[in-house]
Design a protein around this ligand. Structure first.
Ligand code: HEC
Length: 160
């Protein structure tokens, strides 16, 4: 029994490191966990196939942005919020919180590329590197074209 208490305290300390941030938006994205696990955004695995953009795909066209907005609103808004700030109603209960997809800090990470977004949207929490488990569900079952439309819409939300 004597050894259980320090072990318990250690577990508590790790859990609390992961629960920081309170109600603040998550601008560190999947680096938010901190603690003892990897804090770097993951690199897209070499064997993951990034879907090709359809021929003539124009990310700034009204058709692409409208389709991206519809898919984003149907799937992502509940966690990442209307404006992409990570403040959707379902996201409020999650730890880590959904990423603020408009955050300058997030976009400043050279690992946060279109290809990285495609991978995360396609595979959900697979690429999460922080503490604990991420509730990121992505867009399972969606087509590659729809994912590119969502990426285009998220970039619009972020002013990119
Ligand atoms: C059930 C809640 C939930 C849904 C639905 C969801 N996400 Fe997430 N998402 C999260 C959480 C939590 C994180 C932060 C932890 C992580 O990186 O896994 C995240 C992370 C991400 C990341 C990686 C951010 C980073 O910092 O590296 C991207 C990109 C993303 N989400 C986009 C989307 C898009 C686009 C959709 C809709 C297709 C979506 N998410 C749907 C909860 C969700």
């Amino acid at each position: 029994m004597r050894y259980c208490i320090p072990a318990l305290l250690a577990i508590l300390a790790i859990t609390c490191a992961a629960c920081g941030g309170g109600g603040k938006p998550n601008t560190a994205g999947n680096k938010a966990g901190g603690g003892t696990k990897a804090t770097e955004r993951a690199t897209v695995p070499a064997d993951f196939k990034i879907g090709a953009k359809p021929d003539g795909f124009d990310p700034k066209s009204a058709a692409v942005l409208e389709a991206g907005e519809a898919a984003y609103k149907a799937t992502c808004v509940t966690c990442h919020g209307e404006a992409g700030k990570g403040d959707g109603p379902t996201g409020a209960a999650l730890n880590p919180k959904p990423t603020d997809l408009t955050s300058a800090d997030v976009w400043a990470d050279p690992k946060f590329t279109e290809e990285y977004m495609f991978w995360r949207i396609k595979t959900g929490n697979v690429g999460y590197t922080g503490e604990g488990t991420s509730g990121m569900t992505g867009f399972m079952g969606g087509t590659d074209e729809q994912i590119w439309q969502i990426v285009a819409y998220v970039k619009k939300l972020a002013g990119k």
